[in-house]
Design a protein around this ligand. Structure first.
Ligand SMILES: [Zn+2]
Length: 250
């Protein structure tokens, strides 16, 4: 199993990251993909990659509710300079539940477009957050793609899922699948060769009171094998294979 989305370099998590990584290893995980949302996280992220070579990988991204053009430019520079060390771009995206002003939404679409173009230029997968903005995400991906991409913890409808599958997207399923009907329904719509596991550490844990940890992807796999009626091990090797090939981890 590979956790394809964890915020290990986030400042509130980084202090006890060794414990989380140790637990993930002893639970049989083969790797973790860290994602970032700010410039101050990027040094921690690259540090983790060096410290846990072959186990922790990183994507670099920027807050989908942020508008600091200088910070974005600087993160893009770090990505370009370290493209051999990173496996993706993200998380990035559009969040209309938090960005409500039409002008700011327009700017966030402009920023997201720049991320799509960078991912395409560098041939890196894009890890996408979308909340109440699915049609615009689809529009921009079809206009500026093709790009390899993952929709993380997707909450859109079936029509949008089908369109994103046509565009080549993967979907990563978080631990909330153990308590969310929407995530269970989502999982049944995704072909097995497009499914991924994610913890979204420390968000989206298996219960609202428990922060998510990378080891929780085991619960996701248990739940997926139950609802898809597939053997735990077979499904585990399929979704692991998906992560290895999408992020080119070998
Ligand atoms: Zn996230």
């Amino acid at each position: 199993m590979i956790d394809t989305h964890a915020h290990l370099s986030r400042l509130d998590i980084y202090g006890h990251v060794d414990e989380l990584i140790g637990e993930a290893r002893s639970e049989g995980l083969l790797g973790i993909i860290n994602v970032t949302m700010s410039l101050e996280e990027t040094a921690n992220a690259l540090n983790l990659v060096n410290r846990y070579r072959g186990f922790v990988y990183t994507a670099l991204g920027y807050d989908y509710c942020g508008f600091d053009v200088r910070e974005i430019r600087e993160i893009m520079r770090v990505i370009n300079e370290n493209k051999e060390l990173i496996v993706g771009i993200g998380e990035v995206g559009l969040d209309y539940s938090r960005v409500r002003d039409p002008m700011l939404r327009e700017i966030s679409r402009h920023i997201f477009t720049k991320w799509i173009l960078l991912a395409r230029d560098l041939d890196l997968p894009l890890i996408i957050h979308s909340r109440n903005a699915e049609d615009d995400v689809i529009e921009l991906l079809s206009r500026y793609g093709p790009v390899r991409c993952v929709m993380h913890a997707f909450s859109g409808n079936k029509r949008q899922v089908m369109r994103l599958l046509e565009l080549g997207c993967y979907f990563s399923i978080p631990p909330t699948i153990t308590r969310s009907r929407q995530k269970r329904d989502l999982a049944t719509m995704i072909p097995l060769n497009r499914l991924l596991l994610e913890s979204d550490t420390p968000e989206l844990g298996p219960s609202p009171s428990e922060p998510s940890r990378p080891a929780h992807i085991k619960l996701v796999l248990v739940e997926l094998s139950r609802i898809l009626n597939r053997d735990f091990r077979d499904l585990g090797s399929m979704v692991t294979e998906n992560a290895l090939s999408l992020f080119q981890l070998r």
